[in-house]
Design a protein around this ligand. Sequence first.
Ligand SMILES: *Cc1c(COP(=O)(O)O)cnc(C)c1O
Length: 386
Amino acid sequence: MGRRFGPYGGAYVPETLVPALEELDRAWQSSRHDRAFRTELDRMSRTLGGRPTPLYFARNLTRRAGGAEIWLKREDLVHGGAHKFNNALGQGLLARRMGKPRLIAETGAGQHGVATAMIGAALGLETEVYMGEVDMERQRPNVDRMRLLGAKVHPVRTGSRTLKDAINAALRDWIANVRTTHYLLGSAVGPHPFPSLVADFQGVIGREIRRQSVRSFGRLPDLAVACVGGGSNAIGTFHPLLHTKVAFLGVEAGGSRSGGVGAASLSRGKPGILHGSFSYVLQDRDGQVADTESISAGLDYPGVGPEHAWLHDRGRARYIAVRDRDALRAFHWLAEEEGILPALEPSHAIFAAVGEARTRPSSDRIVVTLSGRGDKDLGVVLGASG
Ligand SMILES: *Cc1c(COP(=O)(O)O)cnc(C)c1O
């Protein structure tokens, strides 16, 4: 069943995919100790991706909160405007290492599709992206971006014509073309080894935080905060700091309605199997996957990575849900106080971090991962406040 985090994780997939997952696991394991691979990953992270990203002291936001210092890990400055690049680059290089000339991906809001298309172009890999027809209409600019980057975008017309149907279509493609094709999964979810290798590639966030916080304020932070959709930017933030005294806060989407589930799988879901892995899943009373709802497309997913489930159960990380309107408030705070337009996903984390800062002394240090920039969300923000 593959690697587990306590009872969570595993690989619940059709028999035909097992060899591909094993091949991927071997390629990833061997790449970790391969100097040439790591050098190339590091070179492209710097020269194409713009890493390392800065750790920024949000002085005005700190003053507004009153309490602990708030520092921002600026993943919004990564190429493409979000942390998704880190994972797409790592997996793209793994695909090349396995001799697979073709990438497929599925995308909901289109952010992961764009990151995959960027990497496909840069590495010379053929790229095809599955996207629900409804999502294609809602996210037209990202469809245009993917096509301009040379990717083929396949509209998915089955079911609800959204992300979960796109995932099924991508899985069918993978089963049929597994010899030539790497399925570039976009978050720390899915069957083993995806949750672990995505955490490895996104771990660059936490490794940089470790170095930069010592350089900036002489020690590690007291608390690290990140938003959780599938959980990749959060596990990338937490993982390299797990064996320290740093406390962790994961922030899920609470949605618009009080008493609704939003997309808060850990806060409001229960254990179950989704997309090849055992973790927390939002379910209705019959155990069917529940309909999620969030102002931020990137957090709007009914599952969460298995490592988060285990951190949750052990109490090593705390998880809370922040509502749409509070994320919007935090969006405006960061825009007005710091001159940064954040994506709506990390706006959830900003809101939680400000709340935490208020309860802590000014000697405490909080690092928040600002997972992406907000240009993509201006329509939603203007619509909400208009
Ligand atoms: C996709 C996305 C997320 C959510 O994905 P995780 O895997 O939970 O990190 C968060 N922030 C931004 C900016 C995104 O694009």
